[in-house]
Design a protein around this ligand. Sequence first.
Ligand code: SF4
Length: 253
Amino acid sequence: MFFKTGSHCYIVQAELQASVYDLSENNMLTISSADALMLLELNRGVPVEQVDNINYILLSQLIDKGMGSYYPHNAYIEKVRFGLPPSIRDFAKNRVRISNLYLNINNECNLQCSFCNTDDRVNRMTGCKRYSGLSQDNLMGENDYHEVLQQSYKLGCRSLHIIGGEPLLQWELLSIILAEARQLGYSNIFIYTNLWDVGQVHWEELSCASLVINASSHNQNLTNRMIKNSPDFSIFYENMNKLKKQEFPSILM
Ligand code: SF4
């Protein structure tokens, strides 16, 4: 018979006593140094019957807490690792750099461009694209965006590209991301938009970003041919004029 502590349990020995840390539950069990040696021996694959002074009470306790188990054979238990060990962390700190961060905040769009097929799996490096199987429910939440923005900034990223779908339709989320990015210090923020619906937009909040406008047509005829739901081209034209009046930084693609 064999006994092993769980993959999520680490035994740490100090001078006078020892502890078993359960990383999955954030629990810690203080044990004697002799018990720590016994557990280390068991983890090395020595059968229970061959270990001196076995502490069966402690083994039962570990089983009850989900921190250990008996095995009929010598099982190999790979320890899980939370976070990076210091050697890799130091290596990564000096070498891993992110230059551009792309955040897809909306898979939905107000247009139906004929070349934007949700069934294909083609990835686009920039600009907009609707993907099948993605909905607002399975995109990241506010906290995830916060975390990604922070971590990328720490890795040297200063250029943020916000893509969709149509990001301006998710104004509430977009304004939170913009405020966060501005506060962190992102110096180049681009929002990729078709500029067909600016109803929810607060222009002052948008002023920290540049708009990259995906203009797939320049008149109603072409619009009707390229966009299946034939939106009114004059609306796009009006929105372009609004930008021009405000001297808003924009790039036309
Ligand atoms: S504007 Fe972009 S996301 Fe929307 S349908 Fe056209 S290509 Fe797709």
